[in-house]
Design a protein around this ligand. Structure first.
Ligand SMILES: CC(C)(COP(=O)(O)OP(=O)(O)OC[C@H]1O[C@@H](n2cnc3c(N)ncnc32)[C@H](O)[C@@H]1OP(=O)(O)O)[C@@H](O)C(=O)NCCC(=O)NCCS
Length: 103
């Protein structure tokens, strides 16, 4: 497994070229809590700004605690879809939507 990865997808339609979605940000468990998540995220956001992106969107699952990480990095919750995620054991989680204006 790699140490960590980050995937942004730029909006492809002309009316969404000024936006991007953070599709994935994750670290190897042994590196979590060491500041590398912040570095990976902020370095990626800096690159997007240089490329003319004005806003970033992402989605998380409720119950993961990840909302706290993204709020600490300037993202605002824009809504949530209850029971959008269903697990094999029958449990549900909401999908939570966040955005951050850049820079
Ligand atoms: C979320 C993640 C990218 C953060 O990276 P990191 O290097 O661990 O975080 P950092 O060390 O940069 O922490 C920065 C701050 O965010 C906080 N933070 C980190 N992870 C957090 C979490 N899950 N919930 C709330 N706060 C969190 C830290 O406490 C720290 O705050 P502080 O500076 O006030 O102490 C990383 O922990 C990770 O990959 N987690 C697993 C992600 C995952 O499971 N993805 C799949 C979801 S479906």
């Amino acid at each position: 497994m790699s140490a960590g990865s980050r995937i942004f997808r730029r909006g492809h339609r002309p009316v969404r070229r000024h936006t991007a979605e953070l599709e994935w940000l994750g670290l190897h468990p042994g590196l979590q809590g060491t500041g590398w998540g912040t570095r990976l995220l902020e370095h990626g956001l800096d690159a997007l700004v240089k490329d003319g992106v004005e806003a970033v969107f992402l989605r998380t699952r409720s119950g993961t605690g990840l909302g706290g990480f993204y709020r600490a990095h300037g993202f605002a919750e824009r809504g949530r879809w209850p029971r959008a995620v269903r697990f094999a054991d029958g449990g549900y989680r909401a999908e939570v939507w966040f955005t951050r204006d850049l820079p």
